[in-house]
Design a binder for this molecule. Structure first.
Ligand code: ATP
Length: 883
């Protein structure tokens, strides 16, 4: 069956054929019914690795193959017990790996779902924002610049709609859309000017359209896979760890080879030594490291989601911890974006809005009418949808007794020059019984320049210098109180040729008045700003608003130090890049900027060597967001384009969320370092135990199966729990980490080596004390086995702190405590359960043995802890003496 050719039909007939209603949208019952029959608007195959494949992947590992080969060898040689035990250990390891990866996969999947596209739709007479997945054919969607078209649609009304369709047609030039039917039934996609296609981008304008196809029926759906998903790249850290892993493999194999050769040379049985070598290599290679790092990243990202920050690019998690400057929008991010009009300036005087304003004369009436007509917010009875600035204006008009529906119906809009952040105003042309009129509203100071007249007491007069001065004074008075000031103007009798050119439309205007609205700072932002200061992060406000308003808010929020500068967009334009760089470190507020300026600001900061985070919402913010080290998009007010360019999306548009994300970013990095520290120190300890014993001529302190058991119970769960540890209290009191800082910075390498060496030496010492040549070797081996496990389980608590074990409450990380208890129980099981003893070649230990075990297992952590405590005491005493 040939698909319906919607583009040859008129808009009305499309609406009729889809049994919809352009003004009301579909009734909810019809939507439900269409969901049942036609499904949902989904086109991504959303392939996920199947659970079985994920499980099997755990065994696709070189070391597993080596182990299996060794197992087969022992089975052939009759060591069945060993073979079975090792297969069991491999299986348990696989299950653990599966659990880890499955968790990571799930959280990444949840992340993708969160960044799902949304659509603004009119249903049952109300406008609402829904997930694009919920759309059905016949839905009426409202589209504006920056939106990705959420399904295939037929345009019903367009106001300068320009769409970029290159993803579908390959045509890089954007096309202007219209609603006229097209006669040519064979018109190619690119020529169907009244159609909009899923995934293409509205670059300009506003319009409404009816959904004609969803999901795999759309043009894009037919070539599914083209749509970009959330990027889940590997982070630089993961890549570096992979390289490190390779180096460690080589080192471990060399050391293992030395141990094996030395053993054979000393007359140990060859097979025993091969076995010892294989198990030692398995234990020494930190094969769990990549998985645990992924877990730490994935779970950290989940914690961020809980705090309303959605990461779109995984590598940004690391960069977050390095952020030195946050460039933040003001409206809605630092402030609540809850606009309330508190002052109006009409007829040369201030007024507080009240219910009877309409009766106060012609100027008031014209002003309220202009505020209503030059407005795109939707007044749905009590609640409203749209730009808060516009909602605030409608609220005043409504309160003062104006019948909004009536006014709109009596003045149908014939044309619009939409608001744009560069012009900072919008204008509409309406039709009346006596000609066409234009209504304009926008940034008051800039609008004033376009006015030649002023309406006073209902009369239109020439705007003289005195009146201009009075207006400027009134504006400044409101701005000083941190108000956003909107100017309103109009002009009667405008011609079609005039209104088609914005420069002609918005000139020779009659000034009607000013509206001052407050937008209180967000309370939580004050705390977040203080946190930033302590964390060595500078906050810079970038706003389209007036300099005085912006500065007043900056003072209310208290982030501008004495001597901090305010720079206006106009000044910035006059500066060269060099001049900007020279000042950029001292500028705290950029006012009346356009999105293009943002890019220069980011670049100037980056050239000064800073790691910059930059927020944005509009289409034109995308280049700056892309250039910033961390581009941040607004989840509520942001356009699809900015969200796609961003590495972080704020679900609540809130500045405090940025700071929360940075905090989590820093913590994730620290947790990864903790895991590296723990796993590598453990491995150094294990290798050294065997290595030293060989070198000094002692028998092997551990049998292969014990090494594998140690690897299983110490590397798995405790490392995972460490990877999701709580942040240290001083995490946000440190300066940001340098972007080039090495993962082993801040003496991490020393900590790993010193603890590892001590763990090895203490294990050997415990072994040597118990070992009596000729007597039971099993007894001494069991003591060494227990010492090595316990030394690691104590050391894991040491890894939680960058200082020492005494600096943190060991019980705070419950999962860690639980995993350590579990590992300890697993150790006791193989020592005391009679049928396990021959498998693990253990003997039961007694009080004296446990005393030896406990003392030697504690030394590595507590000895160094006490030393560090003494050192920090000495530092404190020194500081005390100095002061
Ligand atoms: P920020 O960049 O911090 O979010 P902002 O919201 O003030 O600041 P813009 O949205 O670019 O920045 O607005 C710039 C100016 O344009 C505002 O100060 C206001 O005077 C004017 N303005 C804002 N919204 C509208 C609107 N809907 N219609 C007309 N003028 C507007």
């Amino acid at each position: 069956m040939e698909a319906t050719k919607w583009f040859v039909q008129t808009a009305e007939s499309c609406v009729k054929e889809l049994s919809s209603d352009a003004m009301q949208g579909l009734p909810l019952a019809v939507v439900q019914q269409r969901h049942q029959t036609g499904g949902y608007n989904e086109w991504l195959s959303g392939k996920r690795t199947s659970r079985m494949v994920l499980f099997l992947q755990q065994f696709n590992d070189f070391m597993v193959f080596v182990l299996l080969a060794a197992t087969v060898l022992s089975a052939v040689l009759g060591e069945m017990l060993d073979a079975v035990a090792i297969v069991a250990i491999i299986l348990i390891n696989g299950v653990l790996g599966y659990i880890q990866e499955n968790r990571a996969e799930q959280s990444l999947h949840a992340l993708r779902a969160l960044s799902a596209p949304m659509a603004k739709v009119r249903r049952a007479g109300k406008v609402e924002v829904i997930a694009a997945r919920e759309l059905v054919p016949g839905d009426i969607v409202l589209l504006e610049s920056g939106d990705r078209i959420p399904a295939d649609v037929r345009w019903l009304s367009t106001m300068h709609v320009v769409v970029e369709e290159s993803a579908l047609t390959g045509e890089s030039m954007p096309v202007e859309k219209s609603i006229e039917a097209i006669a040519d039934r064979d018109a190619p996609l690119g020529d169907r000017l009244n159609m909009g296609y899923l995934g293409t981008l509205v670059q300009q304008g506003t319009g409404t359209a009816i959904v004609v196809a969803i999901g795999s029926d759309t043009e894009m759906g037919k070539i599914a896979g083209l749509m970009k998903e959330v990027e889940t790249l590997r982070t630089p850290l993961q890549n570096r760890l992979e390289q490190l892993g390779k180096v460690l493999i080589v080192v471990s194999i060399i050391l293992t080879a030395i141990v094996v050769i030395a053993g054979i040379w000393r007359g140990q049985p060859i097979l025993d030594m091969i076995w010892a070598g294989v198990s030692l290599a398995v234990a020494a290679i930190p094969e769990g490291l990549p998985a645990v790092v992924t877990i730490a990243l994935a779970l950290g990202v989940q914690r961020m989601i809980k705090r309303n920050a959605i990461i779109r690019k995984l590598p940004s998690v690391e960069t977050l911890g390095c952020v030195e400057v946050i460039c933040s929008d003001k409206t809605g991010t630092l402030t609540q974006n809850k606009m309330t009009v508190t002052h109006m300036w009409v007829d040369g005087a201030f007024h507080t809005p009240h219910g009877k304003m309409l009766a106060q004369g012609q100027s008031h009436a014209s002003m309220l009418q202009a505020m209503t007509l030059c407005n795109n917010a939707q007044w749905n009875g009590g609640d409203a949808i749209g730009d808060p600035t516009e909602i605030a204006l409608l609220a005043v008009a409504e309160q003062s007794g104006l019948n909004l529906t009536h006014v709109n119906a009596a003045h149908p809009r014939v044309y619009e020059h939409p608001f744009d952040a560069s012009r900072k105003r919008m204008s509409v042309i309406v039709e009346t019984s006596n000609g066409h009129h234009v209504y304009v509203k926008g940034a008051a100071d800039e609008l004033l320049g376009q006015c030649t007249h002023i309406q006073v007491n209902g009369e239109c007069k020439r705007l003289d210098a005195n009146q201009q001065q009075a207006i400027t004074k009134a504006m400044a008075a409101m701005a000083k109180q941190a108000m956003r000031v909107i100017g309103v103007a109009h002009r009667t009798n405008i011609t079609r040729t005039e209104w088609q050119d914005v420069t002609h439309t918005e000139r020779k205007l009659v000034f009607l008045g000013l509206v001052g609205m407050i937008d209180p700072p967000r309370e939580e932002v004050k705390v977040a700003l203080r946190k930033c200061k302590q964390a060595g992060i500078r906050t810079v406000m970038i706003t389209g608003d007036h300099a005085i308003t912006a500065e007043a808010i900056a003072h209310q929020l208290d982030f501008m130090p004495p001597g901090g500068l305010v720079l206006e967009g106009k000044q910035l334009e006059r500066m060269t890049d060099r001049e900007l760089e020279a000042k950029v470190d001292h500028i705290y507020v950029y006012a009346r900027v356009t999105p293009e300026h943002k890019l220069r600001i980011v670049r100037a900061l980056q050239r000064k060597g800073h790691v910059v985070a930059m927020t944005g919402d509009g289409v034109n913010d995308a280049p700056a967001i892309k250039t910033a080290d961390i581009g941040i998009a607004m989840g509520i007010t942001g356009t699809d384009v900015t969200k796609e360019a961003a590495s972080l999306v704020l679900r609540d548009d809130n500045f405090a969320t940025i700071v929360a994300a940075i905090e989590e970013g820093r913590n994730i990095y620290e947790n990864v370092r903790k895991v590296i520290r723990y796993l590598l120190a453990s491995n150094v300890g294990e290798i050294l135990t065997m290595f030293i014993a060989m070198m000094v001529g002692l028998p092997l302190p551990l049998v292969p199966i014990q090494i594998l058991w140690i690897n299983l119970i110490t590397d798995g769960l405790p490392a995972m729990a460490l990877g999701v540890d709580q942040a240290e209290s001083h995490l946000m009191q440190k300066k940001p980490r340098g972007a080039r800082e090495h993962i082993f910075a801040d003496r991490l390498g020393w900590k790993i080596i010193s603890r590892g060496v001590l763990i090895g030496l203490c294990t050997i010492a415990a072994f040597a004390i118990i070992y009596i040549p000729g007597a039971s070797l099993g007894h001494a081996q069991t003591v060494a086995f227990a010492t090595l496990v316990m030394a690691q389980l104590i050391h894991v608590f040491d890894c939680r702190s960058s200082r020492s074990i005494f600096h943190r409450n060991a019980l705070q990380n419950r999962p860690l405590v639980a995993s350590v208890v579990l590992s300890q129980v697993l150790l006791l099981l193989v020592i005391y359960i009679p049928f396990l003893q021959p498998i693990f070649q253990t003997v039961p230990l007694y009080i004296y043995d446990w005393m030896i075990v406990t003392i030697f297992a504690s030394i590595p952590t507590f000895l160094l802890g006490i030393l560090s405590l003494l050192r920090s005491k000495r530092k404190v005493t020194k500081i005390y003496k100095l002061s």
